[in-house]
Design a protein around this ligand. Structure first.
Ligand SMILES: Nc1ncnc2c1ncn2[C@@H]1O[C@H](COP(=O)(O)OP(=O)(O)OP(=O)(O)O)[C@@H](O)[C@H]1O
Length: 887
C-alpha cells in the first residue's frame, strides 16, 4: 500500500497506511490548521481495505470534493478536498508517494515520514518531461525539514545511520541557541578556494551575514538545487517552486546557476519585489549567508539545497531601547524595550501624551526611533523595511476606507492596489470573501461604509489590512468612541486574530478588556516603560486597585522616575531576559541605528495599473457622493449665470464703428467675473481632496502606493471635472453676450473657453497645494477665500498692473493675471477697454497684445504655473508619508 502525501497550507505530510490521521483546528489533531472554517476535529484520513479514505467527523462547515459536500470518499493521487467551504475552503492536495518520483525521492520520503511537516516540494516540481530531461535527473528529490525541537539538519532515521554528511548535526550558538552553521560547505563558503569571490556578490558582507543567521526557525521546506538547472519561484502552478501569498507574482523570481557553481537570484519583474537581506534586488549572486525574500517566504542556500522559511505568523517581535527625541532634544519616547512571543495580543496603555502613538509609529517604521532597534523574526525592521513592510498591517485611528463606497467595492479597490498586477479578479474576490467571512462581515458587504456602526467600520478596516495576510497587526485606538459592548467585541476579535497566528499590538485608552491580552505595556509620562508583563500582575505591581488610581498616580507624580522603578523590579529581569534571547547575536556588532531601507519604486506597468485603479476608485467615490456631484454642476452654472447679470450693451465685443461709444468698459468686468468664478470653482474642487484622505494615503503609501500615480489620478479626474466646469461657465456666460466675430486661431468662444478651462486646471492644482499644505480640513476654507480674493486684485482689469514695479512682478505669479491676459488677447481687450491713461491711449498691457504668439505665451505660462503647483504638491505629500517611504 503506497504512502499518501498530503500537501496543504504550504506544508507536506507523508501519511503511512498503518495509522489514521485526524485533521482539524485542535492543536491535538494529528495535522492541525489555523483556519476558522475548519472544525476542531474536522476529518480523519485512514487506509481502509487497501484504499485511502477521508471521512468528515461531523464538522460544522463541511468537507467538499468536486464541488459537493461529502461525508466519506476515497482519495488517491490527484485528489483535492476542501475543508469548511466548497471553493475557498482549506485545500488538501493528495499525491501518492510513489507517483512520479525517482527511487532517490522515495528513499528521501521514507526518512521523513512519521507525520513530520515538510516542503511542499513534489507538486511544486514541474513534470520533468516538460523540460525534455529524464525524470531522475530533472525531478529533485524531496529533502526533509527537521522535526520540531530537532536541530535543523540533524541526522534522522536512515540518514543518521548512514552518517550522511548532508544531515550532520549543527552546532548551536552558545549564547543564543541560534543555529549558526546551517549550511554544509559550498562554493564560496569559508575554506573554499573560491572564497575570495564571495565578496563579488554585492549582497555579501557583514549585513548579509547578520541577516542570514538571524533566522531562528526550522525550515518549512527544503528543495534540492540541481546543478545547471534554473528554479523558478512564483504563485503559478507551472513554477518549479510554488509560493502562495498575496505579495507573490505569478512568475516572481528565479534561482539561476552560474558556471562557477554559484547561484544568482533574478527578479522576473515581480510586482512586490525580490529581496536579498531585506534589500530589493533585480539580480544578485547569492552566498550561503544571504537570505532571499519572496512574499512571506524567505529562502536560504544550504549547500545544494534551498531552505524555505514560511512566515505563518509564528514569529517573535522585539523592540530594544527605542528612543524618540523631537525639537531641541525633548525625549518623547524613552528607552522602550519589550519582547513578545508569537501569537500574542499586546495592549499599550498610558496617560494622554505618554507616547503611545509615537511608539506605534516607531514600531511600524512610520517614524523610526532615533535610537534603538525593532526586530521582527530576529530581523532588523528598519534596515529591512522594504521587505518586511509586507508583513505589517496597521489600522490607524481614522478609517482607511472611503466612506462613500460599499464594503465590497472598497475592499475590491484595496485588493487591486495591494496585490500583484497579475492577480486574477477571481483570486482577489476569493481572498475578500475569505476575510469578510473570517470577520463575520459578509452580511454587510453591500452596505456603504458610512452606514456602518463604529465597531463594524473598525472591523472593515481590519479586514482591509488582513487582505494581505500580515503576521503583525498594529491598531491605534480601535475602540475609541465605542460603547463598552463594542469595545469588548473588538478586543475579542483581536484575541481571535492573535490566536489564529498573528502578533497583534493595540494602543488603547480602554482598560476594561485588558484581561484578554497576553501582555500589557504601560507607558508613563515622558515615554518610559512603567510596566510590561501579564495584565493580571500589573495592578499588583503598581500597588493600586484600579487603573484609574494608576493613571492618577502618573498625573500626581509626573516627575517620578517610573522607568527607573520598572527597571529595578523583579518583573523587569524576566522581561529583559526575554528580549536578550530574542536579539540575534551577530547584530550586536552592527551600529545601533541602521539607516532605514528605501522601498523600491513600483515598476512602470505597476504604476499605470495603480493609476487606473486610483482613477476608477476616485470616480466611484465622486459618483457615489450625490451632494458633491450636484455642487460640481451647480457651482459653474451659478457662476456663469451671475456673469450674465452684468449689464453690458456690447457684451464682450468692442462697440461697432458707428456707435457713439469708443470703448466697452463692461467687457473687462464680465471677463473678471468669469475668471474669478473659474478660479474659485477650480480651487474649490480640489482644496479638500488630499487632506480628507490623508490617513488613507499614508497607509497606502506604506504598502507601496506610488506617490506620482496617486497625484496623477487626482489631477486627471479633477482636471476633467474642472474642464467641464469651464465649458459650463463659458457656455452660460457667453450665451447672452456678443463676442468678437473672429478669434486669433479658433472661433472666439472656443479660444476664450480654452483659456478659462486652463485657468480651472491651474487653480485646481493650486487647490491641491493648499490641501497638501494644511494639517486640518478646517484650514482649507480661509485659504481658499484668500486665494480667490487675491486673484480678483491681480486680474489686471481693476487697475493698471503693467509698469507698476513690484506689483507687476507679483502679478506674474497669479493664474488670474495670465488667464485674463490670454482671453484678453483673443478679445483684444487692450483696445476694447478704455486705456488707463487717456493721454497715452497706446500705452496698453503688453500681455494683452492681440497676437497669436502672445495668446500662446499667456496660455503656456498659465499651464506652467499649474505644473509648478504639481511639483509643489508632490513635495508636500512627501511630508505626510512614512519616513521609510520618502525618496
Ligand atoms: N513632532 C512632535 N514635536 C513635538 N512634540 C511632539 C511631537 N509628536 C509628539 N509630540 C509630543 O510627544 C508626546 C507624546 O505624543 P503621543 O501622540 O505619542 O502621545 P499619546 O500617548 O499617543 O497621546 P494620546 O493618548 O493623547 O493620543 C506628547 O506630549 C506630544 O505633544
Amino acid at each position: 500500500m503506497p504512502e499518501l502525501v498530503l500537501h496543504a497550507s504550504g506544508r507536506t505530510w507523508t501519511l503511512e497506511a498503518s495509522r489514521s490521521y485526524t485533521i482539524g483546528r485542535d492543536q491535538q489533531a494529528d495535522i492541525s490548521f489555523i483556519d476558522r472554517r475548519v472544525s476542531r476535529r474536522h476529518v480523519v484520513i485512514r487506509c481502509d481495505g487497501g484504499t485511502w479514505v477521508i471521512e468528515d467527523l461531523g464538522s460544522a462547515n463541511g468537507t467538499f470534493a468536486e464541488g459537493r459536500r461529502i461525508q466519506r470518499i476515497e482519495i488517491g493521487h490527484g485528489s483535492i478536498i476542501r475543508l469548511g467551504e466548497v471553493s475557498t475552503g482549506m485545500r488538501l492536495d493528495f499525491t501518492e508517494a510513489s507517483a512520479a518520483v525517482s527511487d532517490d525521492q522515495v528513499r528521501a520520503d521514507v526518512r521523513i515520514r512519521e507525520g513530520q511537516s515538510q516542503a511542499e516540494a513534489r507538486p511544486k516540481v514541474r513534470d520533468a518531461a516538460d523540460r525534455g530531461t529524464s525524470v531522475a535527473a530533472a525531478t529533485p528529490p524531496v529533502v526533509p525539514g527537521p522535526r520540531p525541537g530537532e536541530v535543523p539538519g540533524a541526522p534522522t532515521g536512515a540518514a543518521a545511520a548512514r552518517g550522511d554528511e548532508q544531515f550532520r548535526p549543527l552546532p548551536r550558538h552558545p549564547a543564543s541557541g541560534f543555529a549558526r552553521a546551517a549550511v554544509p560547505p559550498t562554493p564560496g563558503d569559508a575554506g573554499d578556494p573560491r572564497d575570495s569571490r564571495r565578496s563579488e556578490g554585492p549582497a555579501a558582507g557583514p549585513r548579509g551575514a547578520a541577516a542570514a543567521l538571524s533566522i531562528d526557525r526550522d525550515p518549512s521546506g527544503v528543495y534540492p538545487l540541481v546543478l545547471g538547472q534554473r528554479l523558478r519561484i512564483g504563485r503559478g502552478p507551472e513554477n518549479e517552486l510554488v509560493v502562495e501569498g498575496p505579495y507573490v507574482s505569478r512568475h516572481h523570481a528565479e534561482f539561476r546557476p552560474l558556471p562557477d557553481g554559484r547561484f544568482e537570484i533574478v527578479d522576473l519583474g515581480s510586482h512586490n519585489g525580490t529581496y536579498v537581506n531585506g534589500q530589493p534586488v533585480d539580480r544578485r549572486i547569492i552566498g550561503p549567508y544571504d537570505i532571499v525574500g519572496v512574499g512571506h517566504s524567505t529562502f536560504r542556500l544550504a549547500g545544494d539545497r534551498l531552505e524555505e522559511f514560511v512566515d505563518t505568523g509564528e514569529v517573535s517581535f522585539t523592540a530594544r531601547n527605542l528612543t524618540v527625541t523631537v525639537g531641541r532634544g525633548k525625549t518623547i519616547l524613552d528607552d522602550v524595550s519589550f519582547g513578545v512571543p508569537e501569537k500574542s495580543l499586546v495592549a499599550v496603555i498610558g496617560p494622554s501624551g505618554s507616547g503611545k502613538s509615537t511608539l506605534l509609529r516607531a514600531l511600524t517604521g512610520y517614524r523610526p526611533a532615533d535610537r534603538g532597534q525593532v526586530f521582527y523574526d530576529h530581523r532588523d525592521l528598519y534596515a529591512q523595511f522594504a521587505e518586511l513592510r509586507h508583513r505589517i498591517g496597521l489600522v490607524p485611528q481614522d478609517d482607511i476606507l472611503h466612506k462613500e463606497l460599499t464594503v465590497d467595492v472598497a475592499l475590491k479597490y484595496a485588493a487591486r492596489l495591494r496585490f500583484p498586477g497579475d492577480t486574477k479578479a477571481a483570486e482577489r474576490k476569493a481572498r475578500i470573501d475569505e476575510v469578510l467571512q473570517e470577520l463575520r462581515l459578509d452580511v454587510h458587504r453591500g452596505k456603504k461604509v458610512a452606514s456602518l456602526s463604529g465597531g463594524q467600520r473598525k472591523r472593515v478596516s481590519v479586514a482591509l489590512e488582513l487582505l494581505t495576510k500580515p503576521s503583525l497587526l498594529f491598531l491605534d485606538e480601535p475602540t475609541s468612541g465605542l460603547d463598552p459592548g463594542l469595545d469588548r467585541n473588538v478586543m475579542k476579535l483581536l484575541r481571535e486574530l492573535a490566536d489564529d497566528g498573528r502578533t497583534v499590538l493595540v494602543v488603547t485608552h480602554s482598560v476594561a478588556e485588558l484581561s484578554m491580552c497576553d501582555r500589557v505595556l504601560v507607558l508613563a509620562p515622558g515615554g518610559s516603560v512603567a510596566y510590561f508583563g501579564p495584565p493580571g500582575e500589573a495592578l499588583d505591581f503598581f500597588g493600586h486597585e484600579s487603573w484609574a488610581d494608576v493613571f492618577s498616580a502618573f498625573e500626581d507624580h509626573r516627575e517620578d522616575d517610573w522607568g527607573g522603578r520598572w527597571r529595578a523590579s523583579r518583573q523587569y529581569d524576566r522581561c529583559a531576559a526575554e528580549i536578550d534571547s530574542a536579539e540575534p547575536p551577530q547584530q550586536s556588532g552592527t551600529p545601533a541605528t541602521q539607516p532605514p531601507a528605501r522601498a523600491r519604486r513600483p515598476k512602470p506597468q505597476g504604476w499605470l495599473g495603480q493609476l487606473w485603479t486610483l482613477m476608477r476608485r476616485y470616480a466611484s467615490v465622486i459618483a457615489s457622493d450625490k451632494g458633491f456631484m450636484a455642487l460640481m454642476l451647480l457651482l459653474p452654472a451659478v457662476l456663469g449665470g451671475v456673469s450674465c447679470l452684468v449689464p453690458a450693451t456690447f457684451g464682450l465685443a468692442p462697440p461697432p464703428p458707428d456707435s457713439r461709444f469708443r470703448y466697452n468698459q463692461e467687457s473687462g468686468t464680465i471677463l473678471l467675473v468669469l475668471v474669478v468664478g473659474m478660479c474659485f470653482s477650480g480651487a474649490a474642487n480640489s482644496v479638500r481632496e488630499l487632506i480628507k484622505e490623508r490617513v488613507i494615503y499614508e497607509r497606502e503609501r506604506a504598502t507601496g502606493l506610488s506617490r506620482s500615480a496617486y497625484l496623477m489620478s487626482k489631477v486627471i479626474v479633477l482636471g476633467l471635472i474642472t474642464a467641464v466646469q469651464g465649458v459650463v461657465i463659458c457656455a452660460i456666460g457667453f450665451s447672452v453676450r456678443q463676442l468678437p466675430a473672429q478669434g486669433l486661431l479658433m472661433p472666439t468662444a472656443v479660444e476664450v473657453c480654452v483659456v478659462i478651462s486652463a485657468l480651472g486646471f491651474t487653480t485646481m492644482m493650486f487647490g491641491l497645494v493648499i490641501s497638501a499644505l494644511v494639517r486640518t480640513p478646517e484650514k482649507t476654507m480661509p485659504l481658499l477665500v484668500m486665494f480667490a480674493v487675491v486673484q480678483v486684485v491681480f486680474t489686471g482689469v481693476l487697475f493698471q498692473l503693467f509698469d507698476s514695479p513690484g506689483i507687476e512682478q507679483i502679478g506674474w505669479l497669479m493664474p488670474a493675471r495670465w488667464a485674463v491676459a490670454g482671453a484678453g488677447t483673443t478679445l483684444d481687450l487692450a483696445h476694447t477697454m478704455p486705456p488707463w491713461n487717456v493721454d497715452k491711449p497706446d500705452d496698453v498691457d503688453p500681455l494683452w497684445a492681440h497676437t497669436v504668439t502672445q495668446w500662446g505665451i499667456d496660455l503656456g505660462v498659465l499651464l506652467a504655473i499649474g505644473l509648478v503647483c504639481g511639483f509643489a504638491v508632490a513635495r508636500l505629500l512627501r511630508r505626510h508619508e512614512p519616513e521609510v517611504m520618502r525618496d
